[in-house]
Design a protein around this ligand. Structure first.
Ligand SMILES: Nc1nc2c(ncn2[C@@H]2O[C@@H]3COP(=O)(O)O[C@H]4[C@@H](O)[C@H](n5cnc6c(=O)[nH]c(N)nc65)O[C@@H]4COP(=O)(O)O[C@H]3[C@H]2O)c(=O)[nH]1
Length: 556
């Protein structure tokens, strides 16, 4: 491979590399934009579909819970009324089956909503009841509790071979109940199963009251909870524990119903999601287009010389003399619109135009200041460079080319770098070292707004530190940062760094900084960014120009 020996050849190679990099970066950005737009387009409908799914499940689970609670409540009420009636009969002073007791039985039967018949029982046969004195065998009980309570599930009804009743017996009395009563809600939903189950029974025993498919294993899912919903096979199941008895209400809805419910909700949500998706994708593409067109405009602006510099005076705080200026870039588009560096510098960094922009800044600074600097060698001009510039060699070459042209000497220049965003600290250290080796001062800009600690600052080997405007603003106020400035000053003094306060707006702030021996200041108190001729006039109007910033290099 042939090596470049001339600066023109090196410049050409560099431009080729930059072009290649830009092409790759633009392709990558385009791919990212398309992916992001696709994501923005699809995400809302997908979220709407998921929400419809969640909503359908929640609605059905809620419905199942309501049925389970209803069944449980009815079963509780049935047992409560039965035990209440039995207690009344057991406490009555009349003998079993005496006329007084028969009248009481009829009264209980009439006033109860669940009891079909209530009567006196002996040896498993109803001897007399609210229905008369016909003996009625109860059959085998399915449950016997420790307190003597017995439950029968298949009591035959006289004259009706199809119906079976349930019975609760205690203290010689029995209440006959219709097993279907707690379950009569089932008609509402086809395929729904309902049950009221005793929680303490063995799993192989028949169910107490149930309709449809019911799995006793569902009760285990209740654990110690009051109620639970879950899916099992083809069902969405709800189980609720009775607050009165060791029993549970169960309701199971067919899962096959869920898609229909989901579709109803989806029909409402998904179109809104699609509209939101289209709007978001369109907004994203518009933004990307605006950024792309701004990036194109930026390159065109560079070609058409739409950039110019303004300079903000820097004063020596003790003397009040203007001893330098910070060069601040401005972009006036062909439309007349003025765009601030806060907008176009990040854009230039993202689109790979920053090196060309920094080169233009140096050209403009050289053009604006070289005659004045030749006559005023102690005056300094501070130039901002981006963190991206710091991570590559061209910046040093740009300064070399500028110095080689004459007019401006290294001692006139201060390079401002910001502590935020330096990713390749080694590369930045090399560039800073190279600039300082040429006699150019390097200052850390906006100090305190990043994460740089003392050791980080020490490792960068800079000459000056610019205290960020936010800390100057806090001087003399009750803001939590009002103490920070004194710490920054103490630290910079200990490291023998020259200090420049940014954004000084009031005489009180200037007094404070002067008392703390801060050397330099800039801000609206002394002057806003302005054309260089105005700054030059300000500098030459004073008796002397303070040489301290330039002289400070010796301390570092
Ligand atoms: N409220 C208030 N503001 C004050 C006061 N004194 C100065 N300022 C503003 O504070 C900013 C100081 O510049 P910076 O910290 O270097 O911050 C600069 C610098 O980081 C960047 N920048 C400007 N020019 C260039 C450039 O040529 N190259 C690069 N890479 N960055 C630049 O853009 C930033 C913003 O620059 P500007 O918009 O010109 O804003 C300037 C200036 O107009 C004051 O007393 N009160």
């Amino acid at each position: 491979m042939r090596r470049c020996r001339t600066s023109g050849c090196r410049q050409g190679a560099r431009e080729g590399r930059t072009l290649m990099k830009n092409v790759l970066r633009n392709r990558f950005l385009l791919a990212c934009t398309i992916l992001a737009a696709l994501g923005a387009l699809l995400a809302p409908p997908w979220l709407a579909w998921r929400e419809a799914d969640r909503h359908a499940y929640a609605t059905q689970a809620d419905l199942a819970l309501r049925y389970a609670r209803q069944v449980g409540h009815r079963a509780d009420e049935m047992v409560r009324q039965s035990l209440g009636g039995i207690r009344q009969l057991a406490q009555s002073r009349d003998a079993p089956c005496a006329s007084g007791q028969l009248a009481l039985m009829r009264r209980i039967d009439l006033t109860s909503t669940y009891i079909q018949t209530i009567g006196h029982v002996r040896d498993g046969v109803i001897r007399c009841s609210s229905q008369g004195n016909t003996p009625m065998p109860l059959g085998n009980h399915i449950l016997r509790a420790s307190d003597g309570l017995k439950v029968y599930s298949h009591v035959p009804v006289e004259g009706d071979t199809t119906t079976r009743m349930m019975a609760i017996e205690r203290d010689g009395y029995v209440a006959l109940l219709h097993t279907d009563l707690p379950l009569d809600a089932s008609s509402a939903i086809p395929g729904m199963s309902l049950a009221a189950l005793h929680l303490e029974r063995r799993p192989d025993e028949p169910l107490s009251m149930s309709t449809g498919f019911v799995d006793r294993a569902w009760l285990k899912r209740l654990g110690n909870r009051r109620e639970v919903t879950f899916t099992d096979g083809r069902y969405l199941v709800a189980v609720t524990r009775s607050p009165l008895f060791p029993s549970a209400g169960v309701a199971a809805l067919p899962l096959a119903d869920l898609p229909a419910h989901r579709h109803v909700v989806a029909l409402r949500l998904v179109p809104a999601g699609v509209v939101a998706g289209i709007a978001m994708a369109a907004a994203l593409l518009l933004l990307a287009r605006k950024q792309t067109s701004l990036a194109t405009a930026l390159r065109k602006g560079l070609r058409d010389n739409e950039f110019f510099m303004l300079y903000q005076p820097v004063v020596a705080l003790q003397s009040g003399q203007c001893v330098g200026a910070e060069a601040l870039l401005r972009w006036r588009r062909s439309t007349g619109e003025l765009i601030g560096p806060d907008v176009f510098i990040p854009l230039a960094e993202q689109t790979g135009t920053i090196t060309a922009l920094t080169a233009r800044v140096l050209e403009l600074v050289e053009h604006d200041t070289r005659h004045f600097l030749a006559a005023h060698p102690a005056f300094h001009v501070a130039v901002n460079v981006s963190t991206t510039d710091l991570e590559s060699d061209p910046i040093v070459e740009l300064f070399d080319a500028m110095l080689a042209r004459g007019g401006i000497v290294a001692a006139n220049l201060v390079v401002e770098i910001t502590e935020r965003g330096i990713l390749d600290i080694e590369a930045a250290r090399t560039v800073i070292g190279a600039l300082r080796a040429r006699g150019i001062k390097v200052a850390i800009d906006d100090f305190g707004t990043g994460y740089a600690g003392l050791s980080y600052l020490e490792s960068l080997h800079v000459d000056a530190l610019k205290i960020d405007r936010s800390f100057i603003e806090a001087i003399g106020t009750t803001a939590p940062t009002n103490q920070v400035v004194s710490h920054i000053i103490a630290m910079a003094s200990a490291m023998r760094l020259v200090m420049v306060a940014e954004g000084v707006e009031t005489p009180a702030q200037a007094d404070y900084l002067r008392t703390w021996k801060v050397e330099y200041a800039q801000g609206w108190l002394y002057g806003q960014p302005q054309p260089f001729e105005a700054v030059a006039a300000l500098a030459t109007s004073g008796a002397t120009l303070a040489p301290r910033f330039a002289g400070a290099a010796a301390t570092s």
